[in-house]
Design a protein around this ligand. Structure first.
Ligand code: HEM
Length: 299
């Protein structure tokens, strides 16, 4: 263990994971409150000022919601810088020094990328492709932050073999597909962030059902793996899989309710929070299972 579990460094590593996920939720609230163009330009909030100004045409509330989201990126940036310093100091004698340092460096680069992508999102009037890329970049950054935390703090691992070794990465890939499909549903749906914003133009019903069908496949795969893990006596993995199953069932339920009730903002926000939980859990599962999941630079 390179970093003690209860130290300030460990807390900063956890904070980084939390803030990466929080950015998804604050970004979503920008969209759900129709504040996507609350600051109509970038990097300035409004021409001539980096911060919202009194009597801004877009409305104070929208301007501050969008500006608040931009501010969180700064907090995240400083947190990532602190983590880079921790990573450099603590990895001096570590075998996996290069990996630890690359993971930390990628966090900083990724956040800079988010800032630029945020700017492109505003300048393209919230094009759904840039909004979706913004979400997916956050997903990779959450994975990177979790991996870094595991590298530095250590982990309770369980080497797995056979079907489990094969299926854990399948769960990760399936989850990734569910998330990508989700962003397509969002880019097709009504919560664009501004009336001016373009939409993908797909049939909402079709894309929602593709998204939901992938979720069903994920649930079935998780259930099979859970049964196998129980039979093979893989206790740690079995426990984690059972919790994962509960999380995806709950998230699926929110998904169906929001779909059949006309996408109320509160439920859509809960679905967003749920998506970060689903992803964080499956990624941690892959780390714990030491399943040979390969995305070497990111794991
Ligand atoms: C494991 C389960 C699920 C996960 C991880 C998940 C994940 C996601 C994600 C990541 C998004 C896009 C969020 C964004 O881009 O801001 C999304 C949107 C959406 N999901 Fe799911 N989803 C799940 C289950 C379901 C189910 C079963 C349905 C039922 C039809 C559903 C319906 C929707 C709808 C309608 C949207 C668009 C919401 C909007 O307009 O913003 N989801 N989901």
């Amino acid at each position: 263990m390179l970093v003690q579990r209860k130290s300030i460094s460990a807390k900063l590593l956890s904070l980084l994971v939390f803030l990466q996920a929080a950015l998804i939720v604050t970004g979503g609230s920008v969209r759900l409150t129709g504040s996507g163009l609350g600051c109509p330009t970038w990097p300035e909030c409004t021409p001539g000022s980096y911060t919202p100004i009194p009597n801004q045409a877009e409305g104070q509330l929208h301007a501050w919601i969008e500006f608040g989201n931009r501010l969180l990126t700064f907090v995240l940036f400083f947190c990532a810088l602190a983590v880079v310093i921790i990573a450099i100091r603590k990895s001096k004698i570590a075998e996996n020094k290069q990996r630890i340092r690359s993971l930390a460096g990628l966090q900083v680069l990724g956040i800079l990328g988010q800032g630029i992508l945020g700017g492109i999102t505003v300048l393209t009037d919230l094009h759904p492709l840039t909004v979706a890329s913004h979400y997916m970049l956050s997903i990779f950054l959450i994975a990177g932050a979790i991996s870094l935390r595991y590298e530095l703090i250590g982990k309770k691992t369980q080497e797995v073999e056979g079907v489990i070794k094969f299926f854990v990465p399948v769960l990760v890939w399936l989850t990734l597909l569910v998330l990508i499909a989700g962003t397509v549903v969002t880019g097709t749906g009504p919560h664009a962030g501004d009336e001016k914003a373009e939409r993908f133009g797909f049939d909402p019903r079709t894309v929602s059902w593709i998204h939901a069908d992938l979720v069903v496949a994920l649930i079935v795969a998780t259930l099979i793996l859970l049964i196998v893990a129980r039979q093979m006596g893989s206790k740690e993995i079995g426990k984690r899989l059972a919790v994962f199953l509960i999380i995806i069932l709950a998230q699926g339920l929110i998904g169906y309710i929001q779909y059949f009730t006309g996408l109320p903002e509160g439920l859509v926000a809960a679905h967003l929070v749920g998506s970060t939980l689903v992803w964080g859990w499956v990624w941690s599962l892959a780390k714990i299972a030491q399943s040979g999941f390969k995305l070497q630079r990111f794991t």
